[in-house]
Design a protein around this ligand. Structure first.
Ligand SMILES: [Zn+2]
Length: 533
């Protein structure tokens, strides 16, 4: 048995004369044409762990690009991302809101900047001052992390200062000398013989082949859709991704109660015959909530979903990261904690966010060169902070399809949408539902793997229509049985009053439960109001 060196080359722009390749030793089961594991050092494991720091918007953008593998759509996230890019400027508070959603910042960018293969092409954070700083009349001076914001004096803020924060000394996540084994499904283990012994003893493992250069974007794509990303990347060299299917486990969203905190009221239109949500009609708050998904780092999403995102390799990567000893393998315990629950970048969060995602803290004042500055709110054209600011403007009603295509509400568009779907009016049911933490997490989880994010995410809330029909039939059957039983008993014991009384009571109870069960809202969730007009 011998090992083989694989070289990975990223598509990041090399700066300086740093080497931008990562070597991997890979052990292959030739019989099954499968990667058993890769032996990797800091460089490769840091790249894998950096996936957890990427905001979902960045992931949607990166995987939509051409690489060795065809462009990929992630669940309903990709259509959500496209909706932002297609949304007209007048529906946003300010043009910058679109930029913030399409190029969300990575709150852990300092740790990723020195990675040999950093695939995040988002512009790193810089600080901008008034172009007329020396004569600026605004005191304290203003500073922004976005170029070309308007200073209070009317000039643009485009004077860039590379601060000490930017010239970070951070270098990845794991210790320089650490060595790891990475399984086909991205489980990271310490490189000790005990971990590999079982794998070595497996029959059918043979020598390995020489590998071609691959890029990390391919690996990110495979890790989102395949259970064997290392094999797909290194051996199969798959270019087309149409054949992958992910098993979905969409309903289990921890133990969080849906009644906690703020709730958003949304009207949904359901197709009765298949129980699918056709679209939701909602105010700007719900759209802000959906758009905010794009700013969530992948690891932060995993943290909220308690490690179960349904994207199996990412779940493995996340859980194995949590299992690694912080003393032995991570640069610090603090860094491991940050990676276990990465935050939204500062100023990218929604102030009225219902989901339990943290936000990177940012000082209200900033000092540079002995002067103090106050930070400008990027979502406001005046730079003043407001707790009410989201990304989209209100009051506007929006239409959100099951695949999270978001457009301003248009009745004509809605009617033509229903026509193109060939759905008769009799097959439609309108409901008003409340979206709280649990339902929000359901939609977020479903958006990672499903193109029916609303239906799958709100499954617990919407009644399965067909099941209801079955229960009505079985209830009727039970009632008929009761009557027959009563007639039978009365016939044989005409004087038995108590038997008759018992049977009537049973019929009443059966009818009561029949009526209750045929009301969808009472049967599903407390926060579902029926609109049975
Ligand atoms: Zn100024």
């Amino acid at each position: 048995m011998y090992d083989c060196e694989a070289t990975m080359v990223g598509n990041a722009t090399p700066s300086g004369d740093q080497d931008h390749t990562v070597s991997l030793k890979v052990l292959v089961d030739k019989e099954k044409n499968k990667v058993v594991f890769a032996e990797a050092g800091k460089d490769f494991v840091d790249v894998l762990l950096s996936f957890l720091t990427l905001p979902l918007g960045t992931i949607a953008r990166l995987v939509a690009q051409e690489s060795n593998v065809q462009p990929l759509k992630v669940g309903s996230l990709s259509t959500l991302y496209e909706s932002v890019s297609h949304l007209k400027e007048n529906f946003l508070w300010i043009q910058r809101c679109k930029e913030m959603l399409l190029q969300p910042r990575n709150s852990m960018e300092d740790y990723c900047q020195k990675l040999k293969l950093n695939i995040d092409d988002t512009e790193p954070k810089s600080y901008y001052f008034c172009e007329n700083l020396l004569q600026c009349i605004i005191k304290p001076y203003l500073v922004s992390t976005f170029r070309n914001q308007r200073c209070g004096c009317g000039k643009l803020m485009n004077r860039v200062v590379r601060s000490l924060d930017i010239l970070s000394s951070e270098n990845g996540f794991v210790k320089e000398s650490a060595s790891f084994l990475v399984s086909d499904d991205l489980h990271i283990m310490p490189n000790v013989f005990a971990a590999s012994a079982n794998l070595f003893l497996k029959p059918g493992i043979e020598d390995m082949e020489t590998l071609e250069e691959q890029i990390v974007v391919d690996l990110l794509k495979f890790s989102l859709i395949s259970r064997t990303p290392m094999t797909d990347l290194i051996l199969r060299k798959t270019k087309y991704i149409g054949n992958f299917t992910l098993s979905q486990n969409l309903l289990e969203i921890g133990k969080i109660s849906s009644g906690e905190g703020r709730q958003m009221v949304v009207k949904i239109l359901i197709r009765k015959s298949n129980g699918k949500i056709l679209f939701a009609e909602a105010e700007e708050g719900f759209v802000d909530f959906l758009f905010s998904f794009l700013t969530f780092p992948l690891g932060g999403v995993l943290h909220m979903l308690e490690g179960f995102s349904s994207v199996s390799c990412i779940d493995r990567l996340y859980s194995s990261m949590n299992e690694l000893s912080s003393d032995r393998y991570f640069i610090s315990q603090e860094l491991k904690d940050k990676l276990a629950s990465p935050l939204c970048a500062s100023q990218f969060n929604l102030s009225n966010q219902i989901l339990p995602i943290g936000v990177e803290s940012f000082p209200c004042t900033y000092s540079y060169d002995g002067r103090s500055f106050s930070i400008v709110e990027p979502k406001s054209s005046t730079g003043e902070s407001s707790s009410l600011l989201g990304f989209v403007k209100g009051p506007v009603m929006y239409m959100v399809t099951d695949e999270l295509v978001v457009t301003p509400m248009s009745s004509i568009y809605a009617v033509s949408y229903l026509k193109t779907q060939k759905i008769p009016l009799s097959d439609l049911e309108e409901r008003v539902i409340a979206i709280g933490v649990k339902e929000g997490l359901g939609i977020l989880k479903a958006s990672l793997t499903s193109t029916f994010a609303l239906t799958d995410g709100l499954k617990q809330l919407i009644m399965p229509i067909q099941e209801n029909n079955v229960s009505i039939t079985s209830m009727l059957f039970e009632v008929i049985n009761m009557i027959l039983k009563m007639v039978h008993q009365v016939q044989f014991w005409p004087n038995c009053f108590w038997t008759l009384y018992g049977c009537i009571t049973e019929i009443v109870v059966t009818f009561t439960s029949f009526v209750q069960n045929s009301l969808p809202c009472q049967r599903s969730q407390q926060n579902c109001y029926c609109n049975r007009s």
